[in-house]
Design a protein around this ligand. Sequence first.
Ligand code: NAD
Ligand code: DAU
Length: 341
Amino acid sequence: MLKLFVTGGAGFIGSAFIRLALAARPDCQVINFDALTYAGNPDNLTGLDAERHCFVHGDIANRDQVLAALPDDTDALINFAAESHVDRSIVSADEFLRTNVLGTQVLLDVARARGIRRFVHISTDEVMGSLPEDENAFFTEASPFAPNSPYAASKAAAEHLVRAAHHTHGLDTITTRCGNNYGPRQFPEKLIPLFIANALADEPVPVYGDGRNVRDWIYVDDHCRAILLALEKGESGATYNIGARNERRNLEVVESLLRALDKPASLIRYVKDRPGHDRRYAIDPTKIEMELGWQPQETWESGLKKTIQWYADNPEWIARARSGAYREYYARQYGVEVSAR
Ligand code: NAD
Ligand code: DAU
């Protein structure tokens, strides 16, 4: 039996990871510990095997709640829980420090106290800052830390705490650093689901700055397969960069989405740039490819097709995600109302 304790499992990547782990490992059981913030969505958990998946509502920064929920026969704790949106961290960093930094330390402490065999921490390429627009520069595991947004700084701090827990206390840790994920069930504040949801409703899509920023995109299930592999085969204390060698300028992404949805380019609106906007991310995944034999399974074309199809098939999911507090967020962030569709 493989007993996993997944934090943030009601979010985009955590819920995809739970689906994948339950499907790929018939002997796997998951406790899903999630605070259900605005980004945590019970709709993301529909259809999971109730015999092998147990949801616990709790906050990773609350030591008593984590102590009460984490059994000492857990094989691995996988920490997805985080405040994850750069734009929100620019407005206020408080929750980013509480969850991403303090919450990670609470999990490390409790994992150690409970004797959990392995601690897998899900980090991001953003801890390494921004690359020049030079095709030969890539993030490797040895790249220096240079976080530029409060979100990235909080994730960098969390990584340092994970490293310290390994070095000082001998906790068995793995850290993964991935680039931009896309796929089903991503909250529509991030570029791809936001633009699909807007375009499906024939609303403008807001492109920051000149639209020439580069992101390195990966289909969410490919990221999750890499995490499962690192969890099972990774070297204790190691960091693994995860990327699909798929750099795209934002404008290219937007044009592909509009074309696939048969929507006009006239929906594109250039809006004020994000403060401190990182120019380029690009990951060198050689280490995980060579050491663990990981390879992405989706191409950009196949992943985007599946993603667009999922949102087109799930208008109720989009409508619920875009209701309530989202409408206030959208008006504050973009200065316009989002439609009810
Ligand atoms: P998300 O925002 O979709 O989900 C985050 C989840 O964490 C939500 O379910 C939320 O309810 C939960 N959560 C937040 N605060 C919590 C707390 N205090 N206690 C318990 N649960 C809490 O995020 P995501 O896109 O799925 O990202 C998951 C992880 O992967 C994050 O750590 C993020 O930094 C990292 N990451 C994301 C990407 C990406 O492209 N989305 C890329 C690389 C790394
Ligand atoms: O690289 C990994 C990171 O990718 C993760 O750690 C973060 O959790 C995740 O949010 C993502 O960060 P980004 O800031 O790159 O993602 P976002 O979808 O917010 O933006 C992608 C690009 O699109 C970025 O250059 C900003 C631009 N953008 C974004 C939004 C929301 C726009 O042009 N318009 C928008 O409305």
